[in-house]
Write a protein that binds this ligand. Structure first.
Ligand SMILES: NCc1[nH]cc(CCC(=O)O)c1CC(=O)O
Length: 308
């Protein structure tokens, strides 16, 4: 197949590059001798320049995608590789997020140089995490710990642990696996205590709507089960209005015929929570997500979101 090189856009963090390389390697393996040349294009986003404040304060998830999406719309790149977890629920007109690699482990891990587990941390010990979900889940389980906001890529967060800025942090196991760094995980946290963020562990590929050449290229590496799970989870998030001030967990499990979705919203202090769940046929994953999201919204009531 003699064609123009395919241009794959990504952020430049070590995790983003690992994900881009995984997509490139899977494409090369799937297409063999017919694989087109794939060029990795690193794009710096505004989010990469603002590292000292919580994302929820500086404008949310879109900060990490805008420049990449502009390049996609302009035709400067042909596809963009993302952590699905970091993607806003509403994309710019003309773009779609409907290709996914097989999902990695969705669990969070506890990382500490001092303590073997969250349970072993003494009262007053400090957990650093920027994720509102992880902050609230830590406080729900251990209201006696101190939680501090702690940003930066995986490498930066580990350095901050060494420098004593916190006694422990929480990270996604998926990211550590992709970086070849599972050894830094001290303990894997159970899903019951740490239900994952919507999209956690799933590499998503954003493309121009209707780009048949790119869709054809991606077909052999696309994972249908992950797409069903993500349709449910992202619809849940969209129904909750993606409010990035609300701690939200959402996790869909897919079987041959059905998808089961569970969702959780919490107050930032972890003191009040609401749960909802449901099961539907795979084809109705997005309806299920909307339904569970609306149920959570109703359970919380206007005060739950207004008070944040
Ligand atoms: N917001 C950063 C981010 N985005 C995706 C991952 C991990 C990989 C994944 O969930 O796919 C991480 C780091 C982390 O949460 O530890």
């Amino acid at each position: 197949m003699q064609t123009n090189p395919v241009r794959l856009g990504t952020r430049g963090s070590p995790l983003a590059l690992a994900q881009a390389h995984e997509v490139r390697d899977r494409l090369a393996a799937a297409w063999g001798a017919d694989a087109p040349a794939i060029e990795i294009v690193v794009i710096r986003t505004s989010g990469d320049r603002i590292l000292d404040r919580p994302l929820s304060e500086v404008g949310g998830k879109g900060l990490f995608t805008k420049e990449i999406e502009d390049a996609l719309l302009a035709g400067d790149i042909d596809l963009a590789v993302h952590s699905s977890k970091d993607m806003p629920t509403v994309l710019p007109d003309g773009l779609v997020l409907d290709h996914f690699l097989p999902r990695e482990d969705v669990r969070d891990v506890f990382v500490s140089r001092r303590y073997a587990s969250l349970a072993e941390m003494p009262a007053g010990a400090v957990v650093g995490t920027a994720s509102l979900r992880r902050q609230a889940l830590v406080k729900r389980l251990r209201p006696d710990l101190e939680v501090v906001t702690y940003r930066g890529n995986v490498q930066t967060r580990l350095r901050k642990l060494d420098e004593g800025e916190a006694d422990a942090t929480l990270l996604a196991l998926a990211g550590l696996k992709r970086l070849g760094m599972v050894d830094v995980a001290t303990d894997v946290l159970p899903l019951s205590d740490f239900p994952p963020a919507v999209g956690q562990g799933a590499i998503g590929i954003e493309t121009r709507a209707g780009d048949a050449r790119v869709a054809g290229l991606l077909a052999p590496i696309h994972d249908a089960d992950t797409a069903v799970a993500l349709a449910a989870e992202r619809a849940l998030l969209a129904a909750l209005d993606g409010s990035c001030r609300t701690p939200i967990a959402g996790h869909a499990k897919v079987s041959a015929a059905t998808v089961h979705l569970s969702g959780l919203i919490l107050t930032p202090d972890g003191a009040v929570e609401h749960v909802a769940s449901g099961t539907a046929a795979r084809a109705n994953a997005a309806d299920l997500g909307r339904h569970v999201g609306e149920r959570l919204k109703a359970l919380g009531g206007p005060d739950f979101f207004a008070g944040l």
